[in-house]
Design a protein around this ligand. Structure first.
Ligand SMILES: O=C(O)CCC(=O)C(=O)O
Ligand SMILES: [Fe+2]
Length: 832
């Protein structure tokens, strides 16, 4: 359709050059216009009137009215308002004899009006800010001194560009230029795609200019246009959102990835295939070379405080692994505060969850987290829900770890926010080779701290360098394994990138005594289903914006110290806002902590500490109501939607909370509709507290954050699936191992049977030889005996190289039968 329009337009423009010189397009007045008669324009009263100031004589001045909507400035020299009783000397005569007669013979018939807008023009202004009405009927058909200009006058660019050669009509036809496109031209012009008008189309006067009087700029993009009646104020916001959404269909489909050609497996020098073991060896060597070529950052380059550095008695800590190039450390120490009573209490009080291996229960576990956190923990395919630290356990843990001075004062002294408890009831209970590198701890990417405390029986704790899986099974690199005995009261730390580069396990043992182990860790990235995740997002977002804000405003023009001063002022402003608003519960904690941290250190510290605080802070009051319900699954789509709505409502430039108060944003309603877990209320509170006055966070950023959340939650799901699949694969591999062993045993038995058989065969062969000899001896004496078939009694090998036992048996049987049954001729001779 569009293509057709273009072709038509082109052919028309080509044809235009062939118009005769005096061509007048249909509908235009003939060149003799205006009709002969009185002089044109008609003689009126003298202008300017006597006494009129000379500088206003040319009113309106030629440069006037670039803006068709702007009213002329109040003219101090304007002629006095018309006296209704006096005849205005400047007023046009009530009936202008020179005005085109109503039935103008040159006027085109209304049906063929070339200037009429198309009936269903998608670009037709439906704008509430539409231009003012046309001039009143008594206005002259052309601009005249003394008449304020109307948008349509004077005719712009007459004759229009591209007008046929020849003299244009002396006067433009009435209401020229036509409001929509050139005469006869298609509408919109052919180069304009109907769904993508260029920025200048439709002509600018359809939109109120930025300084449009009296209304003020409405806040949202697309304002003015497409304003529709809505049942509630909220609907309007929703509709605008819908309008803003990108066309999903227009999204480019991701290109299918080019098929990767499978690498041919390496072969030996003689061209023969390598065994899986040889291949694994090669992979392991490659991984080792790669690791050695890429050492990790040193502690000098990237500071890291080790636990031993903060221990009260550093000398009692034994270094087990100090791998600087891999940034991995492991230390051990004996802690006297771990008692046997603790062991009994934990064993009794904990509601243990059994972990099932391929065949049996491998151990029992429990997953404790800090109050407020809801992150589950996965053991293979088994997922265990979070249980808040019981007070008795917290008290115990603080006693055990007291020597490490973890007092939550700064980022180095954070007390772990979760613990995994393992109960190994006897030597058969174990945990296979693994590393604690779950996404919760980000151990693959950043330094982590794991503190393990042992109670009860001693067990062997083995560590080794991570290597590529062998036959799908995780095992340490050859020759890298080290074994440590962990007995009652032993504390063991794994720090830095230990979980990235090392594996550990508790191997099966012979003991019948139980052992409990508590591994304390720190969750740094809460799971998508955890309520603290949202707080983390908000904080990350607020901190980022805060940093951006301070940078943007101050970095360029101010010195470093001034920048800090100003940034602190911003913090103060924020705090004031927060305190003014929701200063109870969670927000109060946030405010208090932020204040504490900003007072203590640099901006970066403040940002980091705020993040840490948001992650670790148990929300005692504000979130308590949320926890009364079962663990909520956050619907990020709904949440994002709610947040976006709120953002839109408040971005009207009236300050935080305005939208909610003014009723534009029906908070109650949205909460009821979109918020099954009170999440919107919480997010709105946080939003309200941040406030657009302090942080200029765009809707785009808001969306981006929530989109990130959605992606992350998908990632978590995918990860859960992956873990499940891995667990299944692991089970299969275990089964495979068992079968391989069985197979080996069977092969062994078969070999033994073969050997026995072979020995038997040999004996039988000898026997057969003896028999043959006896037979031939007999035959010599008794010539009537038939000839034995060639090779009779010889043992034959079948195709597979196995001896054919049946053949031997046949020989033996036939020999026996020969011996047993007397031959007929022998019988006959006896009778004789
Ligand atoms: O029992 C231990 O000492 C180790 C436990 C462990 O590695 C774990 O829970 O991840
Ligand atoms: Fe572990």
């Amino acid at each position: 359709m569009q293509h057709y329009a273009v072709v038509r337009y082109r052919s028309r423009s080509r044809g235009r050059a062939e118009y005769p010189p005096n061509y007048v397009p249909p509908g235009y007045p003939p060149p003799s216009y205006p009709p002969a008669g009185p002089s044109y324009p008609p003689p009126g009263p003298a202008y300017p009137p006597p006494g009129y100031p000379p500088e206003r004589a040319a009113y309106p001045p030629p440069q006037y009215a670039p803006d068709p909507y702007a009213m002329p400035p109040p003219d101090p020299y304007a002629p006095p308002p018309r006296d209704p009783y006096a005849r205005d000397p400047y007023a046009p005569p009530p009936r202008d004899p020179y005005a085109p007669p109503p039935h103008d013979p040159y006027a085109p018939p209304p049906v063929h009006d070339p200037y009429a807008p198309p009936p269903h023009d998608p670009y037709a202004p439906r704008d509430p800010y539409a231009p003012p009405p046309r001039p009143p009927a008594h206005y002259p058909a052309y601009p005249q001194p003394g008449y304020p200009a109307y948008p349509e006058y004077p005719p712009a660019h007459y004759p229009p560009p591209g007008y046929p050669p020849g003299a244009p009509p002396a006067q433009p036809p009435p209401y020229y230029p036509p409001p929509h496109g050139p005469p006869h031209g298609p509408h919109p012009p052919p180069h304009v795609h109907p769904h993508h008008p260029p920025p200048h189309y439709p002509p600018p006067h359809h939109h109120p200019p930025p300084h449009y009087p009296a209304f003020g700029p409405p806040p949202m993009p697309g304002y003015g246009a497409l304003r529709q009646k809505s049942r509630s104020p909220n609907r309007r916001v929703i509709r605008r959102m819908t309008l803003k959404r990108p066309d999903r269909k227009a999204k480019a489909k991701p290109k299918p990835k080019a098929k990767q050609e499978k690498k041919a497996p390496p072969v030996k020098a003689d061209g023969s295939e390598m065994s899986p073991r040889e291949l694994s060896n090669i992979k392991e060597a490659e991984a080792k070379a790669k690791r050695e070529a890429n050492p990790e950052a040193t502690r000098e380059a990237k500071p890291l405080q080790l636990l031993v550095d903060r221990a009260s008695n550093p000398k009692s800590w034994i270094p087990c692994i100090e791998d600087v190039s891999l940034r991995a450390w492991m230390y051990m120490s004996q802690e006297k505060h771990v008692t046997h009573n603790d062991f009994e209490e934990i064993k009794e009080k904990v509601d243990w969850v059994e972990i099932h291996g391929a065949a049996a229960v491998t151990r029992k576990t429990m997953w404790f987290v800090k109050e407020g956190c809801r992150c589950p923990y996965s053991y293979g395919k088994q997922q265990v829900s979070a249980v808040t630290f019981p007070d008795w356990f917290l008290e115990m843990a603080k006693r055990w770890l007291g020597c490490l001075n973890l007092n939550d004062q700064d980022k180095d002294s954070m007390f772990p926010n979760c613990v995994n408890l393992n109960l190994y009831e006897h030597g058969d209970h174990q945990v296979a080779w693994h590393s604690d590198d779950e996404p919760l701890f980000r151990g693959k990417f950043q330094d982590t701290r794991i503190i393990s405390v042992t109670l009860g029986a001693m067990r062997k704790f083995q560590v080794g360098l991570k290597a590529p899986r062998r036959g799908g099974i995780l095992k340490p690199e050859k020759g890298s394994m080290a074994t440590f005995n962990l007995g009652h009261g032993q504390i063991c730390t794994m720090e830095g990138l230990f979980q990235k580069h090392y594996l550990h396990q508790i191997a099966k043992g012979t003991t019948r005594q139980p052992r409990i182990n508590a591994t304390f860790r720190t969750i740094v990235e809460h799971a998508a289903s955890c309520v603290l995740r949202i707080l983390w997002c908000f904080s990350a977002w607020a901190v980022r914006s805060f940093k951006e804000f301070s940078e943007r405003r101050f970095v360029r023009e101010l010195k470093q110290d001034q920048k800090h001063q100003r940034a602190h002022a911003v913090v103060e402003l924020t705090l004031a806002q927060w305190e003014k608003g929701q200063s109870k519960g969670l927000m109060a904690t946030v405010v208090k902590d932020w204040r504490k941290y900003t007072e203590a250190g640099t901006l970066e510290d403040a940002a980091f500490n705020l993040l840490q605080m948001c992650q670790r802070e148990a929300p005692p009051v504000a979130l308590a109501a949320l926890f009364a319900r079962p663990a909520p699954k956050i619907d990020f789509t709904k949440l994002r939607f709610g947040i976006a709505q709120y953002r839109m409502a408040t971005s009207r430039g009236c300050g935080p909370g305005h939208g909610a108060r003014s009723g534009v944003f029906d908070q109650q309603r949205v909460s009821a509709e979109l918020d099954p877990c009170s999440w919107i209320r919480l997010s709105v509170k946080v939003f309200d507290s941040i406030g657009p006055d302090v942080f200029s966070i765009s809707d785009g950023e808001a969306m981006a954050v929530w989109q990130l959340c959605v992606i992350e939650s998908k990632k978590d799901q995918a990860f859960a699936q992956l873990t499940e699949t891995n667990a299944i694969a692991f089970q299969l591999q275990e089964a495979c191992q068992i079968y391989t062993q069985e197979n080996e045993t069977l092969q062994e038995r078969l070999k033994q049977a073969m050997e026995t058989l072979q020995r038997e065969l040999q004996t039988k062969e000898e026997l057969a030889k003896e028999l043959r000899d006896a037979y031939s001896k007999q035959a010599r004496q008794t010539p009537l005996l038939p000839e034995l078939p060639l090779g009779y009694g010889l043992v034959k090998a079948n195709n597979r190289g196995l001896y054919n036992a049946k053949a031997v048996e046949d020989v033996a049987a036939s020999v026996a039968s020969v011996q047993r049954s007397p031959r007929p001729d022998a019988v006959a001779s006896n009778r004789r």
